[in-house]
Design a protein around this ligand. Structure first.
Ligand code: HEM
Length: 453
């Protein structure tokens, strides 16, 4: 009898746990993402469909009760969604991140002064590891530096899962998730949605979608390419593993430790980039290979996933040599001396990492939006435009800034008198929007710090 009363009958049958793994402490690690073998090279099989929703909060500023109520409502909504969809690409993966305005305008300085992670590696001493994005040297005049309070990133192999969840979270009325009536997932009154950004990665989608929409350059996109520019961008060896991009993991980037409130959190950069596919595919395969990776690469046209193993890394000296000797620098080689460890390193968790290990994580996806599906702060064009919703995670906004500045590579270019065409592939990209966010740990994903008010 005692056992019978302890049993949770309301929880039967919990199909969301059929292939259950303990949820990670971070939000950015993705349970269930398997690894594919691409001619001997390991590649992460990333979720197919992606949607980012950005918003401003409707809550009155300085209203402690309202913020704490919002915290428990969003927390309950996310938990309810995860009780319906398994936490893997076959179900749904959700990430929530917060803009600087949330921390500055909704929380008192006496809390943020004490709790916010501080950068140690760059910038002014005492600066938060979340600062506003700068305008980069090669950004266009009309770049929008955004000021959203919050962003949600939903990923799934099934687009309907994402659509149903967005409807249920942001539109009032009775909704079903997977046919199941639920009680607490509507949180739309807490937000004014500012944009909805959709896209995809893998499964031959770049070629298929570009062909269907008649995008110039579509014919040249390899049929099996995961992204518009042809090469794979989710090499296991090119993506930070486990908790490496978190504030506290690699010593020296921030003041956070594994015991800190923001441990297992990270800085997220979100941008939208248009791609000139005709220009990119106007170059031959060898040039594209060299501009994407480095000019010492020799892989043939049949290789979309060239090895990114630690020993293939390009560090500072080789980068300068590429510029001097070949007059070309590759996109990933431009930044690897910052995105990878320059020496063997022990993490705050005691793991030993060899030189060449990546600590920067990218979770970007392709889009044909111009620039977004919905944009409350600007216009939307119906003409499809190939592009990327870029998402990068680094232990501090200061490190991201250093990395991204190398992508423009103004100094390297000047020193070596390189032409714009030979600076990776920046000549073919136009960034339209940017913002930095803080993505807290899974534990603090709902309105971080509000419980301390
Ligand atoms: C159209 C946009 C972009 C495309 C198609 C793209 C594609 C790629 C590809 C194919 C790789 C090498 C393969 C791999 O590591 O899996 C790579 C590496 C890299 N990308 Fe991008 N990228 C884009 C934008 C950006 C942006 C905006 C940043 C911001 C800083 C960035 C940062 C990096 C870094 C740091 C690496 C090297 C990672 C490492 O090996 O340590 N990328 N990218």
């Amino acid at each position: 009898m005692g056992n019978a009363t302890a049993f949770d009958w309301a929880g039967v049958v919990d199909y969301a746990k059929r292939s259950y793994t303990e949820p990670p402490k971070t939000q950015y690690e993705l349970p269930g993402v398997n690894v594919e073998d691409h001619l001997g090279i390991p590649v992460a099989c990333v979720p197919l469909w992606h949607t980012v929703v950005t918003a401003k909060l409707t809550l009155p500023k300085g209203d402690k009760e309202a913020l704490q109520r919002a915290q428990s409502r969003l927390s309950a909504a996310l938990a309810e969604i995860e009780s319906i969809y398994p936490l893997n690409p076959g179900g749904l993966l959700t990430q929530v991140a917060y803009g600087l305005s949330y921390f500055k305008e909704y929380l008192p300085a006496k809390i943020t002064d004490k709790m916010m992670p501080r950068a140690l590696d760059n910038g002014k001493p005492g600066d938060w590891a979340l600062i506003d994005s700068i305008r980069y040297p090669k950004d266009p005049e009309n770049l929008v530096l955004e000021q959203n309070d919050i962003s949600f990133h939903f990923k799934s192999d099934y687009n309907e899962h994402i659509n149903d969840v967005i409807r249920a979270m942001f539109q009032p009325g009775a909704h079903l998730l997977n046919g199941i009536p639920c009680e607490c997932f509507y949180v739309g009154d807490l937000f004014t949605v500012t944009s909805i950004r959709r896209g995809f990665a893998g499964r031959g989608m770049p070629h298929k979608i570009a062909k269907r929409l008649g995008i110039p350059g579509a014919d040249k996109i390899p049929a099996g390419a995961m992204l518009f520019m042809g090469f794979t961008s989710s090499h296991v060896h090119g993506l930070a593993e486990g908790p490496l991009p978190s504030f506290e993991t690699i010593p020296g980037y921030t003041d956070q430790t594994p015991e800190s409130y923001f441990a297992n959190g990270t800085m997220m950069h979100l941008s939208h980039i248009q791609i000139d596919l005709e220009g990119w595919y106007g170059m031959n395969h060898k040039s594209r290979l060299h501009h994407m990776f480095h000019p010492r690469r020799t892989e043939g046209e049949d290789v979309l996933s060239p090895s990114q193993a630690p020993e293939t890394s390009t560090f500072k000296e080789e980068l300068e040599e590429d510029a001097k000797k070949h007059g070309v620098v590759g996109h990933n080689a431009q930044m690897q001396f910052l995105s990878r460890l320059n020496e063997d390193t022990t993490t705050a968790y005691g793991d030993k990492l060899p030189k060449g290990t990546v600590i920067f994580l990218r979770q970007d996806f392709d889009t044909v939006e111009h620039p977004f599906e919905f944009n409350s702060e600007g216009s939307v064009s119906p003409t499809p435009m190939p592009g990327v919703h870029f998402i990068g995670f680094a232990p501090s906004a200061q490190l991201f800034e250093k990395i991204r500045l190398e992508m423009d590579g103004v100094e390297l270019q000047k020193r070596n008198k390189l032409t714009d065409e030979n600076m990776g592939f920046t000549k073919f990209l136009v960034t339209t929007h940017r913002q930095n966010y803080l993505e807290p740990s899974r534990k603090h994903r709902s309105f971080p710090l509000a419980e301390l008010l």
